[in-house]
Design a protein around this ligand. Structure first.
Ligand code: HEM
Length: 127
């Protein structure tokens, strides 16, 4: 049997819960204030976009690609200065969201390095 993808482990609803919780955490955590300030006041739309993105990235249907024609994250982040500090705030929100939705240790371990890599790819400043 082939190993399960993160999408299979979380399920469609679980990925949605993760993406929505991610922005709720960003809204709440004082340590994420810098990146919260970059986002719109109302994050309903971005919650859905991240749900679509993570669904495909985690091995599910490629919803973001179907809607936008790309999975490249460089252009949408280009207007924002994202250095190591912003990347680490983003990762803190993701780690906290994974905790909050009750993700199992296996999934958290599986995602650790790929999440770092994708966040570091979005980084567009050295410091
Ligand atoms: C590294 C730190 C990151 C910061 C500071 C950051 C910040 C932002 C900001 C400010 C926006 C625009 C939000 C808006 O329109 O209100 C955005 C859009 C977005 N971000 Fe990030 N982001 C980061 C990393 C990531 C990562 C790692 C992913 C995916 C795993 C991601 C997925 C997205 C998506 C899907 C959008 C929407 C793009 C679109 O409009 O199609 N971001 N991000």
């Amino acid at each position: 049997m082939s190993p399960k993808t993160p999408y299979e482990m979380l399920g469609e609803e679980g990925v949605r819960r993760l993406a929505h919780t991610f922005y709720d955490v960003m809204d709440e955590l004082p340590q994420a204030a810098d990146i919260r300030a970059m986002h719109a006041k109302n994050m309903d739309e971005i919650k859905e976009k991240l749900t679509d993105y993570l669904t495909g990235w985690m091995g599910g249907p490629p919803r973001y690609h179907q809607k936008t024609g790309t999975v490249c994250l460089t252009d949408p982040h280009e207007p924002y200065a994202i250095g190591p500090k912003e990347r680490d705030q983003w990762l803190l929100c993701m780690d906290t969201a994974l905790e909050r939705i009750g993700a199992c240790d296996e999934l958290k371990t599986m995602l650790k390095s790929p999440m770092y890599m994708i966040a570091d790819t979005v980084r567009n400043q050295d410091n």
